[in-house]
Design a protein around this ligand. Structure first.
Ligand code: HEC
Ligand code: HEC
Ligand code: HEC
Ligand code: HEC
Ligand code: HEC
Ligand code: HEC
Ligand code: HEC
Length: 237
């Protein structure tokens, strides 16, 4: 009788251990996806719990089932993309930075499970850099995250190719969404000191990125010489 009670207790303890760790985790308790056999169902036994209300039926709990309707789009259209943004942001915010549950990476080609077309070649170093920047885009206060919150993806600024180390973005790309420049100049003209206009100064038309850094805190370049001006910029430290 005593033995039976003991066994029952043991079973209960083991069961409770299993229910505590809902996700496969690493030593720090961060959910880990790349454990062999991990699929969406490992963490989302009921996928509808994380999908929008009244979402269409999905045949499989797998990213390859999603792309049947959410067709991969490499056109780099300059518009918000909610579905792709939600998939990245919601996981990275939970410290799930394992890209392999959705992406393939073989022979330096970056792709998507269930989709034959490659997004392009990516060195190991650039893959790591993209990962870091995705974390910034999802969680920081930088310009990238201001856009991330508005579901603006990498391709809206970088174009069709995968962004790599050393990439820059031309003013015209920013102005496609924030222009025309004349309007921007009018918008940012201070009422008290109209000539202290960041977008209309004796410096002429300079690169937006002199002040608006994409993946690190932005700076007001003017203040380097005019320490007495009071100017603030979105995405600063
Ligand atoms: C390692 C665990 C894990 C795996 C694997 C995983 N997810 Fe998630 N997912 C989470 C967590 C944690 C959240 C955020 C909390 C929540 O909303 O439940 C989340 C959130 C989401 C959301 C957004 C909910 C929202 O509105 O914010 C969607 C959609 C989603 N997951 C889809 C998927 C798909 C599709 C897969 C498989 C390709 C997948 N997840 C694999 C853990 C995981
Ligand atoms: C049968 C077609 C179909 C399948 C399969 C499908 N979806 Fe959807 N999904 C839609 C439609 C239609 C919408 C609403 C319009 C839109 O935003 O594209 C939508 C919207 C969404 C949204 C919200 C986007 C927004 O605009 O806010 C998310 C997130 C989403 N789906 C995730 C998924 C995930 C994850 C899978 C795979 C597990 C999946 N969907 C599979 C048809 C589908
Ligand atoms: C839950 C699924 C999921 C996870 C996790 C995920 N991705 Fe994606 N990712 C997608 C889908 C779906 C697309 C396809 C977008 C398209 O073609 O429209 C995509 C597209 C991309 C793109 C192209 C973006 C653009 O601007 O068009 C990059 C770069 C990328 N992912 C990098 C990553 C990295 C790095 C990670 C890991 C930190 C990651 N992804 C994790 C689903 C995911
Ligand atoms: C609002 C526009 C914008 C968005 C959105 C954006 N970037 Fe960038 N990115 C830039 C600009 C501008 C630069 C040039 C560096 C700078 O001035 O900050 C850059 C530089 C880079 C570089 C080169 C940096 C280096 O270290 O050499 C990489 C890689 C990159 N971006 C990846 C990404 C990825 C991945 C995403 C999506 C998660 C993304 N970017 C989203 C504007 C953007
Ligand atoms: C695809 C369109 C698009 C592109 C391209 C784009 N942006 Fe944005 N940007 C947005 C949206 C949408 C927001 C968020 C809504 C808002 O505040 O206007 C935003 C927000 C901002 C903000 C913050 C505005 C505020 O009031 O806080 C700044 C600054 C900014 N973008 C600068 C840039 C720069 C610099 C570039 C080029 C490197 C760029 N954007 C490229 C669409 C875009
Ligand atoms: C000399 C530094 C500097 C340069 C260069 C610069 N900006 Fe700005 N930008 C600022 C400052 C400072 C603000 C905040 C001004 C304010 O609050 O009115 C700002 C604000 C913005 C905003 C938010 C809208 C607003 O009026 O508040 C957008 C969008 C923007 N800049 C886009 C751009 C684009 C696009 C370029 C390139 C054509 C550019 N900026 C070049 C310093 C700069
Ligand atoms: C490399 C240094 C440097 C930078 C950067 C710089 N300026 Fe100047 N600026 C000067 C000098 C030198 C003068 C002329 C001497 C003076 O009157 O201070 C001047 C004069 C001015 C004046 C008229 C005098 C005053 O103090 O009101 C304004 C307004 C001004 N700058 C605005 C700006 C704005 C706005 C920016 C950023 C877009 C900027 N400057 C960036 C060096 C700089």
């Amino acid at each position: 009788m005593k033995n039976r009670m003991f066994n029952l207790l043991l079973v209960l303890i083991v069961l409770s251990l299993f229910s505590v760790s809902a996700y496969p985790q690493d030593k720090k308790g961060i959910p880990k996806a790349s454990k062999k056999g991990t699929t969406c169902s490992t963490c989302h036994p009921d996928i509808y719990a994380v999908l929008p209300k009244n979402h269409k039926k999905v045949s499989k709990n797998d990213i390859s089932a999603c792309i049947q309707c959410h067709k991969p789009d490499k056109s780099a259209k300059i518009e918000p993309k909610a579905y792709v943004s939600i998939l990245h942001r919601s996981h990275i915010k939970q410290n799930i930075t394992d890209c392999s549950m959705c992406h393939t990476y073989r022979a330096n080609q970056f792709g998507l499970h269930g989709y034959k077309v490659s997004y392009g070649k990516l060195s190991r170093e650039d893959f790591e850099r993209i990962k870091e920047i995705f974390i910034s885009w999802s969680t920081s206060k930088n310009t990238d995250a201001i856009h991330g919150k508005a579901d603006i993806l990498c391709s809206a600024c970088h174009g069709k190719h995968l962004p790599v180390t050393g990439d820059d973005v031309e003013n015209i790309t920013c102005l496609n969404c924030h222009g025309p420049l004349e309007t921007l100049k009018k918008q940012s003209e201070p009422k008290d000191f109209p000539d202290r206009n960041p977008h209309n100064s004796h410096l002429g038309d300079i690169a937006c990125t002199v002040c608006h850094k994409a993946h690190k805190p932005s700076v007001v370049y003017c203040l380097g010489c005019h320490g007495n001006f009071k100017m603030k910029i979105p995405g600063e430290e």
